[in-house]
Design a protein around this ligand. Structure first.
Ligand code: APR
Ligand code: PHB
Length: 389
C-alpha cells in the first residue's frame, strides 16, 4: 500500500490531523494499536481553547461541540478557602468551551468513518523505517500478517508510550522531564456540578478541582499521594477530602453520589527535542506531557497539529518545504509556553511533601497578587484561553 502521510496513533492528535489533511486533499492512513471502543473509553480533560475549536471547525467536526459544549466565560481560583473569579472573556477576549476530550475523539472517529478514510485499528508491532531518508515506510502486523505502507511522511501521534519518539535516535534526541511527587484522583459522578464554572482550589490539605461534563455529570479531582491506589479511596473518603479543600459555602453545596468512574493519574512535565527527525514528525503526547492543571494536554497537541497541517499543505500545494523545516522550532516555542503555564499552576496550587512555611507563604502571596493585580489576571487569562498559534 502507498499513501502520502502515515499517521501512527488514532488518538485525538492523529485523528484531527487526518481529517485536516483529507480536507486539503492529502491522502493519509491512520494506524492505531487499540480498537475504537478502547480509544473512546479513555477519560481526559475537557477544556477546549479557541485554537482547537477553530481546527475542529476547519476539519468539519465542530457541530456537536457547538451544540452540546458549555461556553465558560470565567474560571475560579480558591486558596485556603478564599475564592475569586477571573472573567476570561473580559481579560483575554475569549472564553473556553467545556466539552470532554472523549467526545472530541468520538466526533473525529465518526467523521473519518463517514468519509470512508482508512483507519487500521488493532495494528501491532508498528515500526517506522527510513525516516531519515527520502522514502520512509511503516510496517505493522494485523491478525498475524505483516503489512507495509510506503509514504512521503510519517506523523508520530502515538502518545507518550508510542513507538515514534523511540524511533528518533538517542544521539539526536534530548528529553526534559519533571515528575511531581503526587497524583490526581479523579471521579465522574451523576450529580449536578457544584459550580457552573470550574474551581481550581489550593488548600493545606492539597489541591482539588471541580469540573463537569454536563448538567448532571460532574468531574472532580483531588491531589493524592503518588503511591495511592484507587482501592485506597472509597467514595466517602473522596467526597470528604474534596469538601475539606473547597471554600465552606462551596463544600456545603456539593451534591455527592456514587462514582461511576474513578482513576489515578500521575503528574509529569515532559518535552522531547527536536520534534522532527527527517520525515518523521512528532505530534502531541508523543513529544510532550503536561500536568493536567490548566488542561493544556489536548490543546497543546492541537497546536502541533495546526503547524504540521499547515506545513504539509504548503509542501503539497506549493512544493515549499519551509513549514516542514520550521515545524519543530515553531511547535516547541508554543509547547514550552504551555509547559511553563501548567508547571506554574501546578506549583501554585499543590501541597508538596517537603514544603516549608516559607513555600506556603510564597504560594499565598502569588495568589494574592493574581487576585489583586489586573496585569497578572490578563497574563493568566491569556494563557488559560490559549496563546495564539
Ligand atoms: N502503534 C499504533 N498506535 C499506538 C502505538 C503504536 N505503537 N502506541 C500508542 N498508540 C496509540 C494509542 O493507543 C492512542 O490511541 O496512539 C494513540 C495516542 O493517543 P493519546 O495518548 O491520546 O495522544 P494524543 O493523540 O497526542 O492526544 C493528546 O491530550 O489531554 C491530553 O494526554 C492527553 O490524550 C491526550 C492528549
Ligand atoms: C476535566 O474536566 O477533566 C479537567 C478540567 C480542567 C483541568 C483538568 C481536567 O485543568
Amino acid at each position: 500500500m502507498r499513501t502520502q502521510v502515515v499517521i501512527v496513533g488514532g488518538g485525538p492528535s492523529g485523528m484531527l490531523l487526518g481529517q485536516l489533511l483529507h480536507r486539503e486533499g492529502i491522502d493519509n492512513v491512520v494506524l492505531e494499536r487499540r480498537d475504537r471502543a478502547h480509544v473512546l473509553s479513555r477519560i481526559r480533560a475537557g477544556v477546549l481553547e479557541q485554537g482547537l475549536i477553530g481546527l475542529m471547525e476547519a476539519a468539519g467536526v465542530a457541530d456537536r461541540l457547538h451544540r452540546e459544549g458549555y461556553v465558560h466565560e470565567g474560571t475560579n481560583l480558591s486558596f485556603d478557602g478564599q475564592m475569586f473569579r477571573l472573567n476570561l472573556s473580559a481579560l483575554a477576549g475569549k472564553p473556553v468551551i467545556v466539552y470532554g476530550q472523549t467526545e472530541v475523539t468520538r466526533d473525529l472517529y465518526d467523521a473519518r468513518a463517514a468519509a470512508g478514510l482508512p483507519l487500521i485499528d488493532t495494528a501491532e508491532d508498528v515500526a517506522i523505517h527510513g525516516a531519515d531518508g527520502d522514502r520512509p515506510h511503516v510496517t505493522y502486523t494485523r491478525h498475524g500478517v505483516e503489512h507495509r505502507i510506503d509514504c512521503d511522511f510519517v506523523a508520530g501521534c502515538d502518545g507518550f508510550h508510542g513507538v515514534s519518539r523511540r524511533t528518533v535516535p538517542g544521539t539526536v534526541r534530548r528529553d526534559y522531564e519533571k515528575v511531581y511527587p503526587f497524583g490526581w484522583l479523579g471521579i465522574l459522578s451523576q450529580t449536578p456540578p457544584v459550580s457552573h464554572e470550574l474551581i481550581y482550589a489550593g488548600s493545606d490539605a492539597g489541591f482539588a478541582l471541580c469540573s463537569m461534563r454536563n448538567a448532571n455529570l460532574s468531574r472532580y479531582y483531588v491531589q493524592c499521594a503518588a503511591m495511592d491506589r484507587v482501592e485506597d479511596w472509597s467514595d466517602d473518603r473522596f467526597w470528604a477530602e474534596l469538601g475539606r479543600r473547597l471554600p465552606a459555602h462551596v463544600a456545603e453545596a456539593l451534591v455527592t453520589g456514587p462514582s461511576i468512574e474513578k482513576s489515578i493519574a500521575p503528574l509529569r512535565s515532559f518535552v522531547t527535542e527536536p520534534m522532527r527527525w527527517g520525515r518523521l514528525f512528532l505530534v502531541g503526547d508523543a513529544a510532550h506531557i503536561v500536568p493536567p492543571t490548566g488542561a493544556k494536554g489536548l490543546n497543546t497537541a492541537a497546536s502541533d497539529v495546526h503547524y504540521l497541517w499547515q506545513a504539509l499543505a504548503r509542501h503539497y500545494r506549493a512544493n515549499d518545504a519551509e513549514g516542514l523545516e520550521r515545524y519543530s522550532e515553531q511547535a516547541l516555542l508554543r509547547v514550552w509556553k504551555a509547559e511553563r503555564f501548567s508547571w506554574s499552576l501546578t506549583m501554585l496550587l499543590h501541597r508538596f511533601p517537603d514544603q516549608t512555611g516559607f513555600d506556603r507563604r510564597m504560594q499565598a502571596a502569588e495568589i494574592a497578587f493574581l487576585r489583586d493585580n489586573h496585569a497578572a489576571q490578563v497574563a493568566f487569562a491569556q494563557n488559560y484561553v490559549g496563546l495564539p498559534y
